[in-house]
Design a protein around this ligand. Structure first.
Ligand code: ADP
Ligand code: MG
Length: 247
């Protein structure tokens, strides 16, 4: 089943074509990566998919529904979440409060006025903290968490909206090798156990090849190679873009 379909997508900034006639598809349950040098257009692509940038032309559909140029809020309500380079953590709140806030924001519940605020979404919040390995840090002020735990918290916040499709833009940026693998193991677990379709960007090639089942290579806004990690590794065009790096 196709969960995401992108057709002839274009976006320019002034004279710069940041997204150049991109065609892209994801099947439900996939764990895929987008790679490409700095400035290739990876973040722009994610911003288009989540409604943060308006497209110049082309079409984006999610589960068969045309969501092109929908607002980020509407796209999120439909089941698409993101954790991006720009953090969405409230640093002054505790880990628990951040995750609960994310769950409540999505529920838009018919609030029972007599439910004490602190009990709202308690069970779900605790479950998400457990899944993301943050239970130990429940009452810590988020701003004081380690870099790795902040990334876990961003994942927990993204999961709070109960997405079916999750975009992760450089989820391991700034992490040590060990933290990187812990985070990516968690991403893999979310994909397998929660049946979440996930698309991530990453610049560390060993991470990309170790975790993604499918890879797309972006270069100057265009897709220049696509396929299994093995296929991409052997692709001559991809090798040229990564001149000097071992693919
Ligand atoms: P990547 O994430 O692959 O490093 P980006 O999508 O951030 O690449 O950027 C692609 C190109 O688009 C870059 O040249 C960048 O400077 C440009 N760009 C991205 N966002 C904007 C913006 N809001 N305004 C102007 N130029 C932008
Ligand atoms: Mg980027």
């Amino acid at each position: 089943m196709t969960i995401l379909k992108v057709e002839n997508l274009n976006k320019a900034f002034g004279g710069l074509q940041a997204t150049n006639d991109v065609n892209f598809e994801m099947l439900t349950g996939e764990l895929s990566g987008i790679i490409g040098p700095n400035g290739a257009g990876k973040s722009t692509f994610f911003n288009l998919l989540t409604g943060y940038y308006k497209v110049d032309s082309g079409r984006i559909s999610f589960q068969g529904k045309d969501i092109t140029n929908w607002s980020p809020h509407r796209i999120s309500r439909l089941g698409i979440a993101r954790a991006f380079q720009v953090s969405n953590i409230y640093p002054a709140l505790t880990t628990y409060e951040n995750v609960r806030q994310a769950i409540l924001a999505q529920q838009k519940r018919t609030l029972n006025l007599f439910t004490p605020a602190r009990r709202l979404a308690k069970k779900e919040t605790q479950e998400l903290l457990e899944v993301t390995g943050l239970s130990r840090h429940t009452d810590m002020i988020s701003g004081t968490l380690s870099q790795g735990d902040k990334k876990r918290l961003e994942l927990a916040i993204a999961l709070g909206s109960k997405p079916e499709l999750l975009f992760l833009d450089e989820p391991t940026a700034g992490m040590s090798g060990e933290e990187t693998h812990e985070t990516m193991d968690l991403v893999k677990q979310l994909n397998q156990e929660m049946d979440l379709t996930i698309l991530f960007t990453e610049h560390d090639m060993s991470v990309v090849f170790g975790y993604a089942k499918r890879l797309t290579v972006l270069h100057q806004g265009s897709i220049i190679a696509e396929g299994s990690p093995e296929e991409v590794r052997k692709n001559e065009t991809a090798q040229k873009v990564y001149l000097g790096e071992d693919l």
